[in-house]
Design a protein around this ligand. Structure first.
Ligand code: UDP
Length: 238
């Protein structure tokens, strides 16, 4: 499978066409961004780690029967994925309060929620990905009622599956972001990546942050934390 035209370049990945119109190659970059790209850095090895972690997580989700865009990891930086049209919404699932929800709503940090919360954000860099209501998505045509229902259910089911997976690694899944795409037949699939860039992952014993918050908050040892996630995931198969 060879790379064709560059279709899209985002903050952390590039997407290429292939000779098969139904498939794309997703290449991971070493760039790290936070706060809507106001903070940027390059970290050699980050792309490789996110490719490994995200591939493993998508393999796990596919094995559980979740519909995803993932086909296989090709090499250090590249994955073969289904070509989809991305739904312009990001779904965030939270099990505990931290990050933007505390700033936005003034709620206490570190509150365990009685049940997982699903939020919708509009994918729009110029607007800083604002929080939106399901009704906004419906009325402005970003998704149908059925798609919203399906995405919400998938997000909650993924939360359950990944919380269980990470619990086995002594990690608490605090929150994460999911993106969805529609394939040629209009079926919704989980797309993009699931990695320490897009999840908050806390060691259950020490409380250590093993995710992008180390970069957001200048805590140091960013790459080491990503490596630790990969090490625990890889060990699981033994
Ligand atoms: N997240 C993401 N991409 C975004 C915004 C959020 O992957 O554009 C993830 C983030 O890593 C965290 C969760 O979604 O795991 C919730 O993020 P939050 O809304 O707290 O935003 P933040 O304060 O991290 O920007």
């Amino acid at each position: 499978m060879t790379k064709g035209e560059l279709l899209y370049e985002g903050k952390a990945k590039k997407l290429y066409a292939t000779d098969d119109p139904a498939l794309c190659i997703m290449e991971y970059k070493d760039e790290l961004t936070a706060f809507n790209a106001l903070k940027k850095a390059t970290m050699a090895g980050k792309g490789k780690l996110n490719n490994l972690v995200s591939s493993k997580i998508f393999e796990h989700l596919s094995a559980l029967g979740f519909p995803t865009h993932f086909i296989r990891r090709l090499d250090e930086l590249n994955q073969l994925v289904k070509r989809v049209t991305i739904v312009p919404l990001e779904l965030v699932v939270r099990n505990l309060t931290t990050g933007s929800i505390c700033k936005r709503l003034g709620v206490q940090e570190g509150m365990r929620l009685p049940r997982p919360l699903v939020e919708f954000y509009l994918k729009n860099d110029a607007l800083g990905d604002p929080l939106v209501l399901e009704d906004h998505a419906l009325l402005f045509g970003w998704a149908t009622e059925e798609e919203l229902k399906q995405m919400k259910k998938l997000a909650l089911d993924v939360n359950k599956a990944l919380s269980e997976l990470f619990e086995k690694l002594n990690i608490f899944l605090v929150d994460f972001k999911l993106e969805f795409g529609k394939d040629r037949d209009g079926n919704l699939v989980i797309a993009d990546e699931v990695s320490p860039d897009t999840c908050r992952l806390w060691d259950r014993t020490s409380g250590d942050r093993l995710d992008k918050d180390r970069f957001r908050k200048d805590m140091g040892n960013v790459l080491e934390a990503y490596e630790e996630i990969w090490r625990r995931l890889e060990e699981m198969k033994a």
